[in-house]
Design a protein around this ligand. Structure first.
Ligand code: KG4
Ligand code: ZN
Length: 333
């Protein structure tokens, strides 16, 4: 039969529940997006996010149970995101998971959202064998990690200011393209010329594995003020130029980090891993270095609870248990 773990994710603006068998077989994964709540504000409003989580959490879990054809009594363990994220949002999923596990008398565990994103890769049909170097790029975080074992991740570098996804969202907001901006820019950039407007490449310096995206965001803002022409082709060229600059730096640092680690395997994780230009350039550039590339399938890039259940299974199997005194945390630490 195997062991079924219920995963709960509520760190930002997605309420998600998933059932995963033995840490690698997704029986159901339900993600309720709150885009329509936050869209008109051009960003996530924390208070509204936690209220919506509260309304959605039970229906979303019930939907996952129905899809997997599993009863509540069939759950062997519970895992929920503990942080980093929005405190009010995290509290909803985390407290719910604690209470449910207590009521069902099953073990439970809180998991790190960033490690969860990386664990999404282990849910793929051909998961990356360790070691590998992964670029985790989401709306709240951007970093490079050397994964020597599924439970051992060494951070090689991270953003010093904005996350990559945040830069996409802010540029989209500047151009009134809507929220969340990443997917919109990705789509629009296909109609643009990535070389017509050249934005500075935010390398910091080429040796560093840290990132900085606030400069490019400012450069796009300045360009938009100086060139107010909002013709569709012009806007497409702006976003294509912006995307190209970000993607070039992300791919360069990922490949360089792998080379420095003597590692021939690279991977992407997090919401920005869905970016089609990023996937394309990584395949091309890592290919010329004869590196193996692992890309998560699109539903496993953005926030989901299958990754939480997969990581939770591994921690529970290693004997770790959550305590009812455990609290959520907002920062990566
Ligand atoms: O991992 P995720 O769902 O949530 C966080 O943990 O932050 O990532 C969301 C971020 C948003 O900033 C969104 O704009 C970005 O991922 N994103 C993309 C794409 N799809 C989502 N960025 C670039 N291209 C995309 N196709
Ligand atoms: Zn995330």
């Amino acid at each position: 039969m195997g062991l079924i773990v219920l995963g709960i994710e509520s760190s930002c603006d997605e309420t998600a529940a998933a059932l995963v068998r033995d840490g690698n077989r997704v029986l159901a994964s339900v993600v309720a997006s709150q885009d329509e709540v936050h869209h008109r504000f051009g960003g996530v409003v924390p208070e509204l996010a936690s209220r919506r989580h509260l309304e959605s959490i039970i229906p979303v879990m019930r939907q996952a149970l129905a899809q997997a054809d599993v009863e509540l009594a069939g759950i062997d363990g519970v895992a929920a995101t503990r942080g980093p994220g929005l405190i009010g949002s995290l509290l909803v999923g985390f407290s719910f998971a604690k209470a449910l596990a207590f009521a069902l008398q099953v073990p439970w565990i809180g998991v790190n959202h960033l490690e969860g994103h990386i664990h999404a890769l282990f849910l793929e049909a051909s998961p990356p064998p360790c070691p590998f170097v992964v670029l985790l790029a989401s709306g709240g975080h951007t970093g490079l990690y050397f994964v020597s074992d599924p439970m051992r991740m060494e951070r090689l570098g991270q953003t010093r200011d904005d996350a990559a996804g945040e830069a996409f969202d802010k540029v989209a907001k500047m151009l009134a393209l809507g929220y969340p901006g990443g997917a919109v820019i990705d789509r629009l950039a296909r109609q643009g010329d990535p070389d017509r407007i050249r934005f500075p490449r935010p390398y910091i310096d080429k040796e560093s594995f840290d990132f900085s995206f606030s400069g490019i965001k400012t450069a796009v803002g300045r360009y938009v003020r100086e060139h107010p022409d909002k013709q569709p082709q012009h806007v497409a060229d702006i976003v294509a130029g912006f995307q190209e600059a970000v993607v070039e730096v992300l791919v360069y640092k990922l490949i360089r980090a792998a080379r420095q680690k003597g590692c021939r395997r690279v991977a992407l994780a997090g919401g920005v891993a869905a970016n089609s230009r990023l996937r394309e350039r990584l395949l091309r550039d890592a290919g010329t270095e004869s590196m193996e590339v692992h890309l998560p399938s699109l539903p496993l890039c953005g926030d989901n609870a299958a990754m939480v259940a997969a990581l939770g299974y591994r921690l529970l199997a290693a004997g770790q248990r959550g305590s009812l005194d455990d609290d959520v945390f907002s920062r990566p630490g």
